[in-house]
Design a protein around this ligand. Sequence first.
Ligand SMILES: *Cc1c(COP(=O)(O)O)cnc(C)c1O
Length: 388
Amino acid sequence: MSNRPIYLDCHATTPVDERVLAAMIPYFTEKFGNPASISHVYGWEAEAAVKQTREILATAINASPEEIVITSGATEANNLAIKGVAEAYFQKGQHIITVATEHKAVLDPCAYLKTLGFEITVLPVQKDGLIDLIELEKAIRPETILVSVMAANNEIGVLQPLSAIGEICRDRNILFHTDAAQAIGKIPLDVQAQKIDLMSLTAHKVYGPKGIGALYVRRRNPRVQLAPQQHGGGHERGMRSGTLYTPQIVGFGKAVEIALAEQATENQRLTQLRLKLWEQLSQIEGVHLNGHLTQRLPGNLSISVDGVDGAALGLGLQSIMAVSSGSACNSAVTAPSHVLTALGHPPQLAYASVRFGIGRFNTPEEIDIAAKHAIATIRSLRKQTTLV
Ligand SMILES: *Cc1c(COP(=O)(O)O)cnc(C)c1O
């Protein structure tokens, strides 16, 4: 293990915390029952475990347990929220507003709806990655049914002003969905105070297992209608059929419980590590911070570097640290990141970018090693360019 690169890619995924794994294990073997089995103890104990996770998630976002719909992750939750609302409300209107820096799991369902005749407004962001609330207000039309704006960005860590957006939407009777995949357990979330109607969650960015998530669906003031996108046995009050995956659900609950208990101290620690990294990297010229300086996830540092080739930068870093570079989340395609492009970066600079995702298991020593190596790599690449 020790000679593997330092893991600094916590926005892509995180390891399962040992405490989470320990909680999950009994539910693979002794407690293997189907939570939908109502006539024996095997079913009851599984159902009790699922109920506990619903309660933990509900408490985490100030919702009630019946408003939690279990999904396979945030991608499915986003699809269910956006397509489910579109299908349920199309007679009211066919206009949806989202943002250029959203995850593909929001942008692609919107693009799909466009092929069905919906109109989609994709708001730009300002240089710091934040949306302009006046632009949002201007984009709203009588036929707008949904606004989807993420809580925390997965590339540049920027936190959007949820309360202000919620206020604008509620005043105009428009549903507000937020993709909180990067936010749960890391920043305070409150669906009442922030006037959120739908919220997508996932476990694997917060030291839980992959393949499990949830969608919060508001049941009161207003009651959100949702057309199911997967039909079957009528699980999750008909909104998402399929046998519940109890071990993953238990892990999700445990992961969020731990994250909330440790949130305040962990955020302080991560902020210090991020500032330590930025302090060193910002010593060299032509290194730009992407996204708002303070309104960002504690563990996120995204930089773009002048005068180096993006691919060479990525290659130069990879033996020492596991980070995302250039086209970040869409590594299957070699286009510059749509998020960095939305900040106004030309392709060259968008390619020459590095996303550091600092997490629970990183140490100050690792941050120093990463910073030193990144600086050396940038210097050496620049020297090579001047020689040519
Ligand atoms: C990771 C992520 C997703 C996708 O979540 P999965 O659970 O992997 O499907 C969606 N949105 C954001 C912002 C993410 O960071």
